[in-house]
Design a protein around this ligand. Structure first.
Ligand SMILES: [Zn+2]
Ligand SMILES: [Zn+2]
Length: 150
């Protein structure tokens, strides 16, 4: 039994990522492909530090990783989320995260961040109550304890 994260990516998924990068009008460099692959397998938003830590062993420095994260964000393949700690986290843009941001769950003990894809949270005042000002929800953050810390 080998852990899923160590399993080699199938050629199809790599081809799929290459097509996505080219489809966004970018050259498919090794660094971009690695960043995209890491985010696919990450299963949640990751900080620049986490991306660097994982990919520095493949021979890329922190500055290169940062530049690629920003470029992928600018071309719309990756989105940035801020979860209340003033740290940008990067995650792959998925059909669910297009347009409306999906909620995120943060474990207050270990800091694990999970995407709650497919979960829709609507915020509206109950009947008869007007909100003090017009507002628009741009992100929803839930805090609690993950399964490992419970
Ligand atoms: Zn936890
Ligand atoms: Zn997410």
């Amino acid at each position: 039994m080998s852990p899923k994260s160590l399993a080699p990516a199938t050629p199809t998924s790599l081809d799929h990522l290459r097509a996505k990068i080219r489809g966004a009008g970018m050259r498919c460099t090794a660094a971009r492909l690695l960043v995209m692959q890491f985010l696919v397998e990450a299963n949640g938003p990751k900080t620049h530090a986490e991306v660097s830590e994982a990919l520095v062993v493949k021979g890329f420095d922190r500055a290169t990783m940062y530049r690629n994260l920003i470029e992928l964000t600018e071309c719309g393949l990756v989105t940035r989320v801020e979860l209340g700690d003033h740290v940008w986290r990067f995650e792959l843009k998925t059909p669910e995260s297009d347009g409306t941001n999906h909620p995120h769950f943060v474990c207050v003990d270990c800091g694990e961040v999970m995407c709650l894809s497919g979960v829709k949270v609507s915020v509206a005042p109950s009947a008869g109550h007007k909100p003090p000002k017009r507002f628009e929800v741009t992100s929803v953050l839930l805090k609690g304890r993950c399964g490992a810390c419970k």
